[in-house]
Ligand binder design. Structure first.
Ligand SMILES: [Zn+2]
Length: 331
């Protein structure tokens, strides 16, 4: 069985080798999230290894021995069945990252503020407080979201660690913060079925599990710390970092709710989120039509919406990427 597989693999490589340029090497970075047969799921992709795969870090030839939750970097070539054959694979424990605890602390403070006030709000350009909606902590809608999140949660995390809130707002919006608090607008819940909600929440959860806030935050804070150092306050950098952390946490939670993340991070959240929904047993074939629904609702005006939809100018690209994901990984 194994021998036959290896032979088929070698044949596949030869065939691909005979058509130069047809299969470009692909690079994926993420976490070991699911084990499926002899494949390890990273960045939503089914990764396999072969005789020529080079291993780095704690990676072993037996992918099932890489603990779920490990950080994985893989460069590989796509095979005919949509799996990714690794040329090089690196795995290492997901250690605590720069500013991670500061960021979680600042999101905790923001969450507490929302709960104290019973509402979610942001600051507009003039620093004026704008209420986005009343915060619901219990009731049918909250229970519905919680049961979907519990199914979506990847196996290396504890579903009970996530705190779920519904925001009374008719827009279609949702957000998962790095401190594991999740906010979903009632408009989205009222107008979507569970499969659609799961695809949207899978996308949002991926932003949290892949630390997209921290990565954006790290860039911003390093710029700000850089200017503090230039101003000759190098000895105060530690304190400055903490203070800035608290301010930026609130800022980022607001900005993620209203403007989303960078393009690469959105694309990754689309890939990984689809995987979460699929593994949880939801119908991911509804993904493309969900996109069309968003385009219909938000595509013609300039209103900024976050997350799944993001910038409507790239909606077509993202719908195309989603179809490619379905072809490669789920058919
Ligand atoms: Zn997003």
């Amino acid at each position: 069985m194994r021998r036959a597989g290896a032979a088929a693999l070698a044949f596949g490589l030869l065939a691909l080798g005979g058509v130069p340029g047809l299969q470009a090497a692909e690079k994926h970075e993420g976490y070991a999230e699911f084990q499926r047969g002899d494949a390890l799921i990273v960045d939503g992709q089914r990764v396999r290894v072969g005789a020529r795969t080079r291993f780095k870090g704690s990676a072993t030839r037996d992918l099932s021995r890489i603990p779920l939750g490990y950080e994985v970097k893989v460069t590989g070539t796509r095979l005919g069945d949509g799996t990714l054959l690794a040329d090089e694979l690196e795995a290492k424990p997901n250690g605590s990252a720069l500013f991670e605890s500061d960021l979680v602390e600042s999101f905790n403070q923001t969450e507490k503020q929302y709960r104290d006030e019973g509402a979610v709000f942001e600051e507009d350009d003039e620093g004026e407080r704008v209420e986005l909606g009343r915060l619901e902590e219990s009731g049918r809608a909250v229970r519905r979201v919680r049961s979907i999140v519990e199914r979506l949660c990847p196996p290396y995390l504890t579903p009970g660690d996530f705190r779920v809130y519904v925001v009374d707002n008719k827009d279609w919006n949702a957000m998962a913060a790095p401190n594991r608090s999740i906010y979903v607008y009632s408009g989205l819940l009222n107008e979507m079925n569970d499969d659609e909600v799961a695809i949207v929440l899978g996308h949002e959860l991926s932003h949290a599990t892949h630390e997209h806030s921290r990565k954006g935050y790290k860039k911003q804070i390093l710029v700000m710390l850089g200017s503090a150092a230039v101003a000759g306050a190098a000895e105060e950098i530690d304190g400055t970092g903490k203070r800035l952390g608290v301010q930026l946490g609130a800022l980022l939670l607001g900005s993620a709710l209203t403007s989303g993340y960078g393009r690469d991070q959105e694309d990754q959240a689309d890939r990984v989120g689809l995987r979460y929904a699929y593994e949880a047993g939801y119908d991911v074939e509804q993904g493309p039509t969900l996109w069309e629904r968003f385009a219909k609702k938000y595509g013609d005006d300039n209103k900024a919406v976050n997350f799944f939809f993001g910038d409507h100018s790239v909606a077509k690209d993202r719908a195309r990427n989603l179809r490619r994901e379905l072809d490669l990984n789920y058919r």
